[in-house]
Ligand binder design. Sequence first.
Ligand code: NOJ
Length: 547
Amino acid sequence: MLQSKNFEWFKHKTVYQIWPRSFCDSNGDGIGDLQGIIAKLGYLEQLGIEVIWLSPVYRSPMDDMGYDIADYFNIDPLFGSNADMNELIAQAKTHNISIIMDLVVNHTSDEHPWFIEAKKGLDNPYRNYYIWHDPVNGGAPTEQRSFFMPSAWTLDEASGQYYYHLFSNRQPDLNWDNPQILEEVYKIMNFWLERGVAGFRMDVIELIGKVPLEGKYTSPRGHELLKLIYQHTLANYPETLSVGETGGANVQDAILYSGGHDELDMIFGFEHFTLDEVAGQSKWHLKDFDLVSFKQVFKKWQQGLHSRGWNSLFISSHDAPRPVSRWGDAGKFRVESAKMLANTLHFMQGTPYIYQGEEIGMTNYTFSQVSEFRDIEMINFYNEHLHKTEWGPERIMQSINSKGRDNARTPVQWSADENAGFSSVEPWINLNPNFHEVNVAQALGDPNSIWYFYQKLIKLRKELPIIIHGDFELISPEHPAIFAYVRKFEAQELYVISNFSALCQHVELNANWQAAELLTANYPRELPFNGVFDLGAFESLAFLLRN
Ligand code: NOJ
C-alpha cells in the first residue's frame, strides 16, 4: 500500500449521482449520454459538486439498465465511446470534479463472453466462473427467490444444470469461490483507475460473500474478498473513494467495512429505506411512515459510526422513489418539504449523495398503465402479482406509484421547453408532466429555489468543521412530527430542527441563543431567537452556537 494514502480528501465533499440514461441527451436519440454529462459539468461545479458517481455506462444489453454488463472495458455505444469517457474524466478534473464508476461484479450479463463460454459445456474453462448445480428432486436446487423473479435458479436446458442469479435470469451471479474472479476484478478496477477515475460505487458488494446452497446472502468471506480487492487496486492510488452497496448491513458490519481503511471508505445501508415496508415482506408491501423510527435509525448510524467508520448520507437514488413524494409533500409544500429533507440530512456526519433531479425537488411520476414501465423490477412485480387475490391491479399500481424505480428514472427536467430540455426528441421513458413548473431553468432564476438551498448546504460542509467532526444527539426523540438534533464539536453546537408535518408545531429549546448564528432556513426567520419556535408546515432551520 502507498505510504501517502489520503483517507480524508473527500470528507467535506458532496457526491452527485448521475444515472446517465436520464441525465442529458446530446445526440438526439432520446437517451442521455456521456457528451450530455460533459455539457453539464459547469452546472455541477456551480452547485458545488466535487465527486460524481456515474451509474453503469459499460456495454450492456440493458436488461437491468446497465447493471447487466457484457464488457467491463468498453463504453456502450448508447452512451458514447471510450474516448468520450476519457474526455469526461479529463473535463471533470478541470471543474475540480472526481468521478467514481459503478462496479457491478456480483453478476454479469448473460451476454458476457464468460457466460457465453460457460454455457458451452461442463468442461469449458469458464464454466466455473458462474454458480451451477444439478437439479434436486427434478427441480431447482433450493427454494430461494431472486430479487426480480420467483426463483434464483434457472435451468440451462443444454447441460441440464441450473445456474444461480440473485437478480434477473439475464444477470448470472459470478462464482466468487473461484480465485480467477478476483484476478478479473483487479484487472477491471485497475484499468479504470489507470484512466483517472477516483474509485467505485460497488453494486450489491456484500453479496459476493453469499453461500447459495444455504440461502445466505452474506458471510465473513465477503470481508476477506474486499480486503484482497482493496490491496490489489485502490490501495495503490493516493486519493480514492469506494462506497459499497450493502443493503442488509447493520452498524457492526459497517464498522468492519469502513472502519479499518482496508475494505471500503463507506457503505450504503438501507435501514431508513425499509421503514415504509412491512417487516419481513417485500418492498411493495407498504406501511405508513413513522418519524420516530426514522429518527432512531439515523441516531443509531450517526452514533454508531462516529469515530469508528464513516456514513454515507442519502435520501434518493435510481432505485428509490423521489424523497419529496416519499417523506415530504409533492403538492403545495413541495419546495418547503424538499428543503426540509435536505436540511435534515446535510448537517449530519458522513458523505452526502444527491441523486440527479433531487436538487430541484423532482417528484414521483404517476403511472397509469404497464406499457409506461421500463424497469424490469416493476414489470416482473406486476406480472407476477396481477392474478394473486391479495393483490390485483389497484393495489399493484399503488405500490408501483409509491415505490417503483421508474419514479426516479424519468428524465432530468432542465427547462420548460419541449422534452424538458433533456432531448430534441421524445425520451425513452415518459417525462414527468410537471416539468413546465419544476425545472432547472426555473430553479436557477429563483434565488429562493431548492437548488440554491442545496448549493448553500454543500458550501457549508466545506466551511464548518463541526459538520465533519461533531457528535450527534437527538432532541425529543419521541416527538412524532419534529426531527431535531444537536451536534457538538469543541466549543460549538449545531442545532437542526425540522417539522416533518404540514401542521404547525410548537417547540421550546434551552440554549445560549444570544450566541446563535442562523445557517439555513426554509422560511424567513430572524435573530435573536428566544428558544420558542412555532414551526410552519415542513419548516426547517439550522443554527450554530459558537459559544
Ligand atoms: C443495485 C442497483 O442499484 C440496482 O439498480 C440493480 O438493479 C441491482 N443492484 C442489480 O445490479
